[in-house]
Design a protein around this ligand. Structure first.
Ligand SMILES: COc1cccc(COC(=O)c2cn[nH]c2)c1
Length: 245
């Protein structure tokens, strides 16, 4: 997978080259190119933003700069080849989910546009959408200073799903959300720690009982913390034992 990121703070994307993702890059599973948006400014101040039409606080990122940047970074899409997907992290976006991470993991190329200030001139999105799929995506209901942190989160969630990136692919299958529920509690040695013992069932070797216990804990936690996920489950997802909980 080829990943391009356009940002005014290239240094913010340095963590992509660390650890798991760094190894995936070294293994050639992913290529990451980070581009400084100011490359496509032509004024001495390298201005990337300007005052908003209609007034109001803050600044808006200029269309000319972004237009030239995306033209250059996306380049000419060879005929017959699918264009990359442009992802724009924004508080106003569609909520990013594990299902979307799986969708993105199937793409051969992703381009990320990191917005700042009050956002990017809408015409940049509208123009880009005439020649590539554009997703405005939110990673949560809060406002960051820029999209860079969101790109780190999205790239990590997507890259870990790529074959060969995770040492143990089974853990991606048993993710939280993979069965629509939150992951329950996990334990490792020692058996007792600060007077707290590991639940006996987990040391019983009774795999049926262990699976049941884990599912019960996941259902309890999901009901307590994310009733919306429980409500969204298809009716067939809960068996009789689940309902008895
Ligand atoms: C594109 O325009 C803007 C404007 C302001 C901030 C940002 C960065 O994204 C977020 O703040 C965010 C993403 N998901 N949840 C919060 C982008």
């Amino acid at each position: 997978m080829r990943i391009d990121v356009v940002t005014i703070f290239p240094g913010y994307l340095a963590p992509l080259r660390e650890a798991l993702l760094g190894r995936a890059i070294d293994a050639g599973l992913i290529s990451v190119a980070v581009h400084d948006l100011r490359t496509w400014t032509h004024d001495v101040h390298q201005a990337v933003d300007d005052a908003p039409y209609g007034g109001g606080p803050g600044m808006v990122m200029r269309p000319q700069v972004w237009g030239e940047a995306l033209d250059a970074v996306v380049g000419d899409v060879p005929s017959g080849e699918a264009p990359p997907r442009l992802i724009v992290p924004t508080p106003a976006g569609r909520p990013f989910t594990q299902a979307m991470a799986h969708e993105y993991a199937a793409e051969s190329r992703l381009v990320f546009a990191c917005g700042r200030y009050e956002g990017i001139d809408q015409r940049v999105i509208d123009d880009a959408a005439t020649w590539m799929p554009v997703d405005e995506v939110s990673i949560g209901d809060y406002v960051l200073v820029g999209g860079e942190v969101a790109v780190l989160a999205i790239v990590e969630a997507v890259a870990r799903l790529l074959p060969g990136v995770l040492g143990n692919p089974a853990s991606a299958e048993q993710d939280s959300f993979s069965d629509g529920l939150l992951e329950g509690p996990a334990y490792t040695r020692p058996e007792t720690w600060r007077g707290r013992a590991v639940p006996d069932v987990l040391r019983s070797g009774n795999h049926g009982a262990i699976a049941r216990w884990r599912r019960d804990r996941a259902l309890e936690r999901t009901a307590a913390r994310r009733p919306d996920l429980l409500a969204a489950l298809p009716p067939t997802a809960l068996d009789r034992a689940d309902r008895a909980l």
